[in-house]
Structure formats: C-alpha cells, structure tokens
Design a protein around this ligand. Structure first.
Ligand code: ADP
Length: 225
C-alpha cells in the first residue's frame, strides 16, 4: 500500500528539503528569491497535506462500518444542491456546466450524504481537470422505472481503452493523467462508496471526445418497513 504512493509523497518532500537547505546554506539570500522559495515551500506543503488527507480518508472509508448508519435522503434536493455547487465551479473554471435534474420530489434513498457528495465531487473534479478550457460538463438525473440514472458527462480528453478497466484501482493513473496532479485515489473512493450502497457505476469514454460516468441508484421497494 505504502510502496504505491511513496514516490508521489517523496517528490514534494524533496523539493521542500531542497529549498530549505538552499536557504539555510545562504545560496538563496536576496529578499525576492527568499519570498519566491517560501511560496514554493508553502505550495508543496499544501499539496502534501491534501495527499495525506486523501490517504487518511481512503483508509477511514475502508475501515469504518458506515453502511450501518445510513439515513434516508430526499434525492431531488440533494442532487439539486450538488448541481448548484457545480454551477458555481463553472464561474471559476472556464467550462460550461449544464444541469438537468428531473426526478420525483418525494423520492428518498438511504445513503451517507457526506460520502455520496464526496463521490460526486470526485467525479466532477475529474471532469473539470480532464477537460480543456471552453469544454462543457453536463450533469443529469432522470428516473427510469425503479432506478434513477445520474450521469456526469464531459467533453474532455477521454480515457484510453486500455486504461478503462483499471481506473477504479487504487493508485492507478491513466495514460492521459501525466499533466495533472493526483494520486489515483479519487475513483477508488467513488467505486467503494457506490458499491457499498448497492448502487452501480459505469463509464463510457472516447479519446479526445469525452467521458461519461453513469450511476444507477435503485429505488428500493423496502419490504422490511
Ligand atoms: P487521478 O488522481 O489520477 O485523477 P482518479 O482515481 O480520480 O485519479 O482517476 C483515475 C484515472 O482515470 C485518472 O488518472 C485518469 O486517467 C482517468 N480519468 C478519471 N476521470 C476522467 C475524466 N473525466 N476524463 C478523462 N480521464 C479520466
């Protein structure tokens, strides 16, 4: 487990040490260079912190019995909130975001809302990262009989065929990911959450055209109640 990430964790640490040493030895000494170095050290420490947080969250997710404490959540307002937060992103990043939520207002689904939110945010942040400026992202939720079909589609760089079967593996990073920072944890978290809830996730992707993640949420006809 640790071996898979030691390289990713070491890279920012080496940079931090390198700059700290250069400052201590007086190699970096004028005020502008010192400020610049401090800002690089700060940025790398932030990166390291977020990697450590991702790791801790991943371990926690797999070691707690969170399925025992699911609450019934009204799906329509929950998804509408997610869609709204996505629209806010579009003003920060240069991507057009379309949302279409058309499901019965009364539908309730057992879930851990923080975790499902995290899963959706992971998919969305990938869609944003792997889509170039000017591209678009569409979030839609429609009811199909006893299932709600939620899809998050982007017009991004797409995923190579040979990578598709591995994208949910922990620490797996696709061929297309070189220019992006990341540790290959995001989709493993998504898959764990969706599977644990008994939901289903599928992906369809075409290189240079885009990627769509489909999540099927079963509307349980729970006879035990
Ligand atoms: P990473 O930290 O590399 O983004 P993830 O687990 O979130 O890790 O995703 C695994 C891999 O799946 C990525 O490295 C990338 O190759 C691919 N991927 C995920 N989402 C998308 C997307 N929307 N468009 C293109 N590639 C994607």
């Amino acid at each position: 487990f640790i071996m898979g990430i030691s390289h990713d964790l070491r890279t920012p640490v080496s940079l931090i040490k390198g700059y700290a040493e250069a400052i201590t030895d007086g190699i970096i000494n004028d005020m502008d260079s010192l400020k610049n170095s401090a800002s690089i050290i700060g940025g790398k420490a932030d990166q390291l912190e977020s990697m450590i947080n991702d790791l801790i969250n991943y371990v926690k997710l797999n070691n707690t019995d969170w399925k025992q404490t699911l609450e019934k959540v009204r799906l329509e307002p929950f998804l509408a909130d997610f869609a709204k937060s996505a629209l806010n992103i579009s003003s920060v990043y240069k991507r057009k975001i379309n949302t279409f939520i058309d499901i019965d207002d009364s539908i309730e689904v057992p879930m851990d809302r923080n975790l499902v939110n995290r899963a959706l945010e992971n998919i969305l942040s990938n869609a944003v990262r792997y889509t170039k400026d000017g591209g678009s992202i569409s979030i839609s939720a429609v009811q199909e009989g006893q299932v709600v079909l939620l899809s998050i589609a982007d017009t991004g760089i797409g995923i190579e065929k040979k990578d598709l079967e591995h994208i949910y593996d922990i620490f797996y990073r696709g061929t297309n990911s070189r220019r992006e920072q990341g540790m290959g944890i995001g989709l493993s978290v998504v898959k764990t959450i969706i599977d644990t809830l008994g939901w289903n996730i599928e992906v369809s992707s075409k290189l240079n055209e885009g990627t769509t993640f489909f999540i099927r949420i079963p509307l349980a006809t729970d006879k035990t109640e």
